[in-house]
Design a protein around this ligand. Structure first.
Ligand code: SF4
Length: 442
């Protein structure tokens, strides 16, 4: 069925990776003949690109689906087709359609390049008199980036570029390895081509994205290329002024990346480096595989290489078994790290349910019950995190980056919120797909 006059509205929840994915899905839909609309009113297709970071994330998506349909009915309009993409789609799969028949399409983050075929399948079902219900949450062996439109749309001087997806770390509170699959890095040449094209269209500032971006291990000119090497290649592009990346894991902060912060003038002096806790006992329970001391030692090395580095971090408050001493250790680390910005997240029991063995994680051990700490502890944590940016901005006021030449506009340093992923029940995630994807990589 022709789609020339159809309109689509995309609503994005969550992190920069989802913003990037929504932009790419918009490009796919435009190629398929859809006009993008800023409003869901009168849209033929409403696409919800979802995030699983929040507790009850799926409940919120179901209520959004109901709201979209109710608003259409209030206007006496035909309810739009509703597509759910992103991490909730991957986590819930076909269950979404059983719970909310108003959902017509469920598409996982690794399948959105197949949107035109999936929409055609919906049309075919509608032509047979059926209410369309299509699900695609596979981890296809083909690389979705090879099938996305090559022309990127640009909305100003900044742009996101995904360079890496997935995660092999399996922190016990995080769903990303299950919804985004194993770590995969895009070939450097594809990234360089994409950034050159963005710069030709006026972009001067790119943020390289990945769930574990500093684990980037691409290839270029027949050899391996790290994130530092990629940043160096990107810095050679005339017209590109600033390079950022997010989100990083402390264990993947390689020596060459620390050196790049010293030597690459286009690499911005900002780093989001989540720590999650200052308690070694809880870090072990979270499967973080670093300690508070190793994290602070890393921060020291980074600051030795780049004294004006603005650091931001995430930490979880109320992790199961957390004691007052654990919480105090976290506050102590936050002070010692001298963050420019820090984000505290109240632990939710659902987050911890994604252990590979399917059992609740650290709950039930000594210490407070899950969530019991959250009310009292979030307040001092919040007060501390609110003080940090004010202190940092005072020190950064008036600076411009890169410092060696004038930039097109004054640039005030800012921290970017970018933590990703929380859990649901492990048994619902396709760990088999994760393993298949990883072995396809090797
Ligand atoms: S928190 Fe980050 S490193 Fe840990 S599993 Fe999630 S994406 Fe991976």
């Amino acid at each position: 069925m022709a789609t020339e006059h159809r309109t689509a509205h995309i609503k994005t929840f969550g992190c920069q990776m989802n913003v990037y994915d929504s932009e790419r899905m918009a490009e796919v839909l435009a190629e398929a003949g859809y006009r993008l609309s800023d409003s869901a009113d009168n849209a033929d297709l409403v696409l919800l690109n979802t995030c699983h970071i929040r507790e009850k994330a799926s409940d919120k998506v179901y209520s959004e689906v109901g709201r979209v349909r109710a608003e259409a009915m209030e206007r006496n309009a035909r309810p739009p087709m509703v597509a759910v993409a992103g991490c909730v789609a991957q986590a819930e799969g076909g269950e979404m359609i059983r719970r909310a028949p108003g959902v017509n399409l469920v598409v996982g983050p690794q399948s959105y390049h197949r949107l035109p075929q999936l929409l055609q399948e919906m049309d075919a079902q509608a032509a047979r008199g059926k209410r369309p219900h299509v699900v695609d949450t596979e981890f296809p062996a083909d690389d979705k980036f090879d099938h996305l439109p090559t022309a990127r749309s640009v909305r100003g001087p900044t742009a996101f570029v995904t360079v890496q997806e997935g995660c092999d770390k399996f922190c016990t509170f995080c769903v990303v390895p299950y919804t985004r699959g194993a770590e995969v890095s895009r070939p450097a040449q594809a990234i360089l081509d994409e950034v050159r094209q963005l710069v030709d269209k006026g972009v001067v500032d790119v943020t390289l994205l990945g769930q574990n971006v500093n684990a980037y291990h691409g290839e270029h000119a027949g050899g391996p290329l790290s994130l530092a090497g990629l940043a160096d290649r990107l810095a050679e592009i005339p017209g590109l002024k600033r390079i950022r990346y997010t989100t990083s894991h402390p264990r993947d902060m390689a020596d060459d990346l620390i050196v790049a912060h010293r030597d690459n003038p286009k690499l911005m002096p900002f780093l989001h480096l989540p720590v999650q806790s200052g308690s070694d006992r809880l870090l072990a329970a979270m499967n973080r595989k670093h300690t508070a001391a190793s994290y602070l030692a890393l921060v020291e090395r980074l600051r030795a290489a780049r004294p004006d580095l603005a650091l931001s971090g995430d930490f979880i408050v109320g992790f199961p078994g957390e004691t007052d001493a654990d919480f105090e250790a976290t506050l102590e680390l936050v002070r010692a790290a001298d963050y420019a910005q820090a984000y505290s997240f109240k632990y939710s029991p659902a987050r911890n349910a994604c252990r590979r063995d399917g059992r609740p994680g650290a709950g039930g051990r000594q210490g407070r019950a899950p969530g019991a700490v959250a009310g009292p502890a979030v307040r001092p944590a919040g007060a501390l995190q609110r003080r940090l940016p004010r202190a940092h901005v005072r020190t950064a006021a008036g600076a411009t980056w890169p410092p060696r030449r004038a930039v097109h506009r004054p640039f005030a340093i800012h921290a970017v919120r970018s933590r990703h992923g929380t859990g649901r029940q492990a048994r619902r995630y396709d760990t088999g797909a994760h393993r298949r994807r990883r072995s396809a990589q090797s």
